[in-house]
Write a protein that binds this ligand. Structure first.
Ligand code: CA
Length: 224
């Protein structure tokens, strides 16, 4: 049973979300503000977090930062239509997906399933070594000469697709579909953000990448 932490100050929405998720056999924790969200997450580590960006005591982006220090569970943010900037800031801070209010319950449930699928361990797989970093696909561990490199679930998923096909050009559309799902095919800015993050974490010189390559207008390619 997956544990979902819902962080939402709108009591009615919080209640509706809790009821719907419990009905689908999720173990639900609920928090009405950022402070209690971080406390609950510490006591009962979630498998996934649903996070409203507009909270009474701190911004949702602060909560993402607070969680990402130690927690790799996928985070889906709920945003109002007029908070485009917050949404981007939340994704930059390590959130994995967003749903714009008002949303349909079916849409949110589909996003939750997709995010949990991305985060769950896959089949046993090889270890891939470059001169700068090593990727163990079975244990989902990335190491460089300084030690472990911590990746968010979404960063990991993008990287995993690329390294499973060494040398192959992976089209933008395919990456967007596989990582974010249908309907995201034109959100190429997601890829730019996540590729930049991966290069910062993995490439010795992120401005001159040697392993995570961009094919302008086409897609991305991993080379050892
Ligand atoms: Ca709110």
């Amino acid at each position: 049973m997956s544990r979902v932490l819902i962080v939402e100050d709108d009591r009615q929405l919080l209640r509706a979300l809790s009821i719907n998720l419990r009905a689908r056999q999720y173990d639900v924790d609920a928090a009405p503000d950022g402070t209690s969200a971080l406390a609950v997450a510490g006591r009962r580590p979630p498998d996934l977090v649903i996070l409203d960006l507009g909270l009474p005591d701190m911004t949702g982006v602060d909560v993402v930062h607070g969680l990402r220090g130690w927690c790799t569970a996928p985070i889906i943010v709920l945003s109002a239509r007029d908070t485009q900037g917050d949404k981007v800031a939340a994704l930059d801070a390590g959130a994995d997906d967003y749903v714009t209010k008002p949303f349909g319950m079916d849409e949110l449930l589909a996003r939750i399933r997709a995010a949990l699928r991305r985060a769950s361990p896959g089949d046993s797989a090889p270890v891939i070594r470059t001169d700068a970093f090593t990727i163990d696909l079975a244990t989902k561990r990335v190491t460089n000469p300084d030690g472990d490199v911590r990746l968010t679930p979404t960063e990991w998923h993008v990287l995993e697709i690329l390294v499973r096909h060494p040398g192959k050009l992976i089209p933008q559309k395919q990456l967007l579909q596989e990582v974010w799902g249908p309907g995201y095919e034109s959100e190429t800015n997601y890829l730019r953000v996540y590729m930049a993050q991966l290069r910062r974490k993995l490439e010795p010189d992120p401005s001159r990448p040697r392993h995570l390559l961009t094919e302008p207008g086409m897609g991305y390619r991993f080379t050892t």
